[in-house]
Ligand binder design. Sequence first.
Ligand code: ATP
Ligand code: MG
Length: 269
Amino acid sequence: MIQLDGVGQVFDGREGQVTALEEIDLHVREGEFVTLIGRSGCGKSTLLRLIAGLLPPTSGTVKVAGDPVTGPRPDVSFMFQRPALLPWRSVLSNVMLPIEIDGRTGGRSKTAYRELAHQLLEMVGLQGFERRLPQELSGGMQQRVSLCRSLIRDPQVLLMDEPFSALDALTRTELSEELQRIKMELSTTIVFVTHSIEEAVVLADRVVVLTPRPGRMRQIVDIDIPRPRSLGQNAHLTEVARISGLLHGLLAEKAEPTEQRLLDEVWPR
Ligand SMILES: Nc1ncnc2c1ncn2[C@@H]1O[C@H](COP(=O)(O)OP(=O)(O)OP(=O)(O)O)[C@@H](O)[C@H]1O
Ligand SMILES: [Mg+2]
């Protein structure tokens, strides 16, 4: 679904050129859930912007569904850290916004989209809140509305840039469980950036670890823990903790010799 080959990104900064990404080769399968982790400034958001067509790569190629990315596409959605809802619009009309803005109906009537909006809001537990204004909702509820808005076009690809980082721990746990459930129902391909290693492990089919600036592929780690998984109490906590520990080592770039041996055995470089 997503193909990055030899992708590099160099920015012209005020103090000269900044190489944000180098030699990124990443293929994401249809329906796969990939999480991206790496130190601040290693190019995670840049990578998402490249996939979203918000930025042309300096080198290499980016493809979505087999087509070279030349600009934003209606079947690729982006969800940010902040909900960015329009304060004067109700919950329902915020969810409907992408449909109203570009006017393309994608073969569905507006009534069908409204029906879908209701279904999505129900899926995230916001039935009954359709007429409320964003300011009447908690941060977690607002981010749920933002998630529904990203899904209203039934995108093939959903790109999420630290979407739960501003939430309290419990809400974050709930939303990551809801996201897994929604993912199973909709089979959207998801690339998710997070600073929480545990969240990356719980959500992912594969975790991609990037090196510090410039961002290169450090390692790709398959997560075979059975679903549903949770950040809270669950049967797989030990396994999540074990893999998270190994990832911590990789991010710090000073994996203990024993850990590195274990990693090389399980996930050869
Ligand atoms: N438009 C731009 N112009 C110049 N430099 C940029 C631009 N966008 C990003 N950069 C630089 O590219 C590098 C990667 O930035 P990016 O925002 O992708 O990092 P990140 O991994 O998302 O960081 P964080 O975890 O803090 O969100 C940084 O050094 C940043 O300063
Ligand atoms: Mg970022």
